[in-house]
Design a protein around this ligand. Structure first.
Ligand code: PAF
Length: 252
C-alpha cells in the first residue's frame, strides 16, 4: 500500500495506471470504522485498484471546536486499510488542497440550504469543494459514499451530473451497531451514559410516528433535537447528546 502526501507525487503514480483499469475511490476524514470499511471492501471487489483519501477538511466545519475535537488516528487507520487491500492512500496537507485559501468554491443554492445546510451554514460548500478537488486529483472510475450522510450523497451525485464529470457515484447502505446506532466517527466521543441512550435516536426515527411526536420522544430520552424532517421519501434527523451531534435517516 502506497501513501501519498503530495499531489505531485500522486499524479505521477496516477499517470502510470493504464487507462483501462477501473479505479475505485473512497474519500474519508479518517477515524475509520466498519462503515468506511464496507465502502472500501465494495470498492476493492468492484475495481482493479482502490484509492482512499484521509483529509479532515477544515472548510466543512462551521464550528472550530468540532474541527479541533474531530478524532484523528492515522496509525490505527492505516492498519485497518492495509488489511482490506486498499492500494493507495492520499493523505494531503491543508496547503496541498487549498493552495488558494478557499478563494474558489462550489456552492449549491437549493438542496444544500435545508437540514444540515440550515444548521451548519457553509458546510456543504466545504464538502462539495473538497470532493470536487479530490475527484479531480484522483480521477477515479467510481467513488463510494455512505447513505448515512444521505444529503451529502445526493448533493455529490447532483454536482457530478451538473458538471458532466465522468465518475460513477456508488451509494452504500448505512452500517449500524447491533442496537441500531448508525456507525459514525463521532460515536467514540460519546460518554458511557450517552452511548447507552444513543440507540433510541434510530429506534424513534424509524418508528414512523409524526415528526412532532418523534421530537417530543427524543427530548424525553435526553436528546437535543436540531431537526426531524421528511424529504425525498426519507425521514432525516439530527440530534445532540452532550457535545456530540448525531445524524441519521430512514426510508419512509
Ligand atoms: O463524509 C465525509 O467523511 C466527508 O464529508 C467527505 C466526503 C470525505 C468530504 O470531506
Amino acid at each position: 500500500m502506497q501513501i501519498f502526501n503530495s499531489t505531485a507525487d500522486w499524479l505521477i503514480f496516477r499517470k502510470s495506471i493504464p487507462a483501462e483499469k477501473p479505479i475505485g475511490f473512497v474519500p474519508t476524514m479518517g477515524a475509520l470504522h466498519k462503515g468506511h470499511l464496507s465502502l472500501m471492501k465494495k470498492s476493492v471487489d468492484e475495481n482493479d485498484l482502490t484509492v482512499m483519501s484521509i483529509f479532515v477538511n477544515p472548510t466543512q466545519f462551521n464550528n472550530q471546536n468540532d474541527l479541533e475535537n474531530y478524532p484523528r488516528n492515522f496509525e490505527s487507520d492505516s492498519n485497518l486499510i492495509r488489511a482490506i487491500g486498499v492500494d493507495a492512500v492520499f493523505f494531503p496537507t491543508k496547503d496541498e488542497i487549498y493552495p488558494n485559501h478557499y478563494r474558489y468554491r462550489i456552492i449549491e443554492n437549493e438542496k444544500s440550504k435545508i437540514m444540515e445546510g440550515a444548521y451548519r451554514p457553509g458546510h456543504f460548500d466545504g464538502v462539495l469543494t473538497v470532493v470536487m478537488k479530490l475527484l479531480n486529483i484522483v480521477n477515479p472510475t467510481r467513488a463510494y459514499f455512505g447513505e448515512k450522510d444521505y444529503q451529502q450523497l445526493m448533493l455529490i451525485r447532483d454536482m457530478v451530473a451538473s458538471f458532466f464529470m465522468d465518475i460513477e457515484i456508488i451509494a452504500c447502505p448505512t452500517i449500524r451497531e447491533k442496537d441500531g446506532l448508525a456507525l459514525s466517527s463521532r460515536n467514540i466521543l460519546l460518554t458511557k451514559e450517552e452511548r447507552a441512550i444513543a440507540p433510541n435516536f434510530y429506534k424513534t426515527l424509524n418508528s414512523h410516528n409524526p415528526t412532532d411526536s418523534i421530537k417530543k420522544e427524543l427530548n424525553e430520552y435526553g436528546f437535543g433535537v436540531d431537526y426531524i424532517e421528511d424529504y425525498f421519501g426519507r425521514r432525516f434527523g439530527a440530534v445532540t447528546l452532550g457535545n456530540v451531534r448525531l445524524i441519521d435517516n430512514v426510508k419512509l
